[in-house]
Design a protein around this ligand. Structure first.
Ligand SMILES: C[S@@+](CC[C@H](N)C(=O)[O-])C[C@H]1O[C@@H](n2cnc3c(N)ncnc32)[C@H](O)[C@@H]1O
Length: 252
């Protein structure tokens, strides 16, 4: 755990959010709907697993909205976990676990063997479809009967190439415009982290672990729903979508 009295964790959270919003201007909307569905299906005091939690973006919004909730965040990135630890230090509703989600034994590191909700955003496209399908089987075992899994991510329907090309061109044009107006992208954000006295060391370690970015797949929302059903969920479908992304919800 990295802590430093002098580090402004809220400022790091803010700049992480702005960087992520450069890719996804509707990020808050999707996270809001995720929490709407948590509340609708598992109530106001859920035990949540924030899967590939990064800085704890989902956990922060969960606790603001549902103060009776508890959360376990799991991730492998030492720098993002340092920000997460710093942000939630002293909050006994929250704990963090360092684990690689492609390691078959990662669930053994969790403090609980059952969750009301497993939530994840903008992360599982770092995995290829085969390990992701295996991960979905493990997630199905962690979710209690009646509990939920939700994944908000970039999901591409390969059967619509002209729609996809037009959407991509428009999205990239908007990103270029935002960049001209000063938005930070992924690598610029990491350059800032590398210059921070507290984050420099875990940032160097994260680049040893991942390189610039992991290389995964972005299957369609239909693939996610179908795979979740095949791996042990009773219902699964999209509950929110943008031209490029979707939020898929599965109920055990
Ligand atoms: C773009 S960040 C999103 C973080 C957070 N969910 C959010 O929305 O702000 C993707 C996260 O997935 C995590 N991740 C990717 N592959 C992973 C793996 N195999 N094991 C654990 N975490 C992983 C990364 O470390 C990173 O924190």
């Amino acid at each position: 755990m990295t802590t430093s009295a002098g580090t402004d964790w809220a400022a790091w959270q803010e700049s992480w959010d702005r960087q992520q919003e450069w890719y996804m201007p509707d990020r808050e909307e999707r996270l809001g709907i995720m929490l709407d569905m948590v509340e609708a299906l598992v109530g106001t005091a859920p035990r949540v697993l924030d899967l590939a939690c990064g800085t704890g973006s989902i956990t922060a919004r969960l606790l603001r909205r549902l103060p009776g909730a508890t959360s376990t965040g799991v991730d492998l990135d030492p720098a993002l976990l340092a920000i997460a630890h710093g942000t939630f230090e002293g909050d006994d509703r929250v704990s963090f676990v360092t684990a690689d989600l492609t390691d078959p034994d990662w669930p053994a590191r969790l403090p609980y063997d059952s969750y009301d909700a497993v939530l994840t955003a903008t992360a599982l496209h770092w995995l290829h479809t085969e390990p992701l399908a295996a991960l979905y089987g493990q997630v199905a075992e962690l979710v209690r009967d009646g509990g939920v899994f939700m994944n908000a991510d970039h999901m591409i329907d390969e059967s619509t190439p002209r729609i996809n090309a037009a959407e991509r061109a428009q999205r990239h044009a908007r990103m270029e415009q935002a960049k001209r107006e000063g938005a930070l992208d992924w690598s610029e954000w990491w350059q800032l982290a590398a210059q921070d006295p507290v984050l420099a060391e875990p940032t160097a370690r994260r680049f040893q672990i991942y390189g610039e970015h992991a290389d995964g797949d972005t299957p369609s929302a239909r693939w996610h729903a179908r795979t979740l059903l095949a791996r042990g969920f009773a219902e699964a479908r999209t509950v929110w979508a943008s031209p490029s992304d979707a939020l898929v919800l599965a109920v055990k």
